[in-house]
Ligand binder design. Structure first.
Ligand SMILES: [Zn+2]
Length: 368
């Protein structure tokens, strides 16, 4: 099966202004690392286009879309829009392409859905903005491209399984799509009792299959939780297509994540999805450590393109990673990050609470 890597030169520049967790190199760095490893072939790259107003209106309220556009055009957010739409605030700051950048990430997710409909796998690392609401920005997210990708596949008559590996509960997606019986959302995330968005994501939610993980969840626990629900979701829900949100903030040491998953643990879950999904759209998502993000998304792309990752990161890739400059704590950078795609093995062992959580999730009514 052929695969497409969807991006835009727009993502080579940093968005989100200054002093924001997303004001770091991410999408272009991942693409450059994949290229440096010889993993991205000519003809696989697809240039992202901006979503149209009509496309955004499939989910978002027109007055909100107009407000985001106004913020870009006027080069500022007026007080009324700040209050009503949570735009131009610390969490969702104003920046020069505050409309065009997220609208392009959204266009790319719609292109990815079209690629999946045409029988190709697609990866849109700029997408996965799963907190955006119909009528306001939230959690660094302006437009909910993963929900819009699901809606595009639904419009083609497909049953869609949404799988979210990001460390945070995808409240915007679940709220947008929760009531549709032809859509099922499955999410592993940090328990909202201790982590953003501090609400939702409970295992008791009848509409979505939620696996709220405790702090420090390791590879064994992450994969036990994933394996408790993934094969069952495939068999019982029988999706025609899967939209996978591949946020990398589960990987330690992510500055905002509080889990202890390794790159290889994360990629093991992605590999299971790639192997079995009948049609597949993969988006990016969270991930606030540029080196870990670039390594993990290069790994995601290698799985989609069915090429093995090199045992060692080649010199051009190492040089690329060494050039990255961003504000970080000293202990967030280690020599192994430049050497290979494998992190040092983390702690093992499964806590009883995670075992119980996995058992309960397997009995979720939507998986019956
Ligand atoms: Zn996240």
């Amino acid at each position: 099966m052929t695969a497409r890597f969807i991006s835009s030169p727009r993502f080579a520049s940093r968005g989100y202004g200054r002093n924001h967790p997303l004001a770091i190199p991410r999408v272009a760095l991942a693409q450059q690392l994949a290229e440096a490893c010889g993993l991205l072939a000519e003809g696989e790259y697809l240039e992202a286009r901006c979503a149209t107003d009509a496309e955004l209106a499939a989910l978002h309220e027109p007055d909100y879309v107009a407000a985001v556009r106004r913020a870009e055009d006027a080069r500022e957010v007026v007080q009324a829009d700040r209050e009503r739409y949570a735009l131009g605030v610390l969490e969702n700051p104003w920046f020069a392409d505050v409309f065009t950048r997220p609208a392009t990430a959204t266009g790319a997710s719609l292109q990815a859905a079209d690629e999946a409909l045409a029988g190709r796998r697609a990866f849109n690392p700029a997408g996965g903005m799963h907190h955006a609401r119909r009528g306001r920005a939230q959690g660094f997210c302006y437009f909910n491209d993963p929900a819009l990708a699901v809606l595009r596949l639904r419009a083609a008559g497909l049953r869609v399984l949404y799988v979210d590996l990001d460390a945070h509960f995808p409240d915007g997606v679940v709220e947008s799509l929760g009531a549709d019986p032809e859509v099922l959302a499955l999410s592993l995330h940090m328990d909202t009792g201790y982590a953003y968005p501090f609400a939702g994501g409970s295992p008791e939610d009848p509409g979505a299959v939620n696996l709220p993980l405790p702090r420090g969840a390791n590879d064994e626990e992450f994969l036990l939780a994933f394996d408790a629900v993934w094969p069952r979701a495939l068999e019982r829900f029988a999706p025609d297509a899967v939209v996978l949100q591949a946020g990398t903030d589960v990987i330690a040491p992510d500055p905002l994540g509080k889990l202890a998953v390794t790159t290889q643990g994360f990629l093991a879950a992605v590999a299971r999805v790639v192997e079995a999904a009948p049609r597949l759209v993969v988006t990016g998502g969270g991930g606030y450590h540029p080196l870990l993000v670039a390594r993990a998304w290069t790994g995601v792309w290698a799985l989609l393109a069915e090429r093995p990752l090199p045992a060692a990161i080649p010199p051009a890739g190492r040089a690329l990673l060494r050039e990255v400059r961003w504000e970080h704590d000293e202990d967030w950078v280690a020599a192994w990050m430049f050497e290979s795609f494998d992190d040092p093995p983390g702690a093992g062992g499964v806590r009883p609470e995670v075992e119980a959580l996995a058992r309960a999730a397997a009995r979720h009514p939507r998986l019956a």
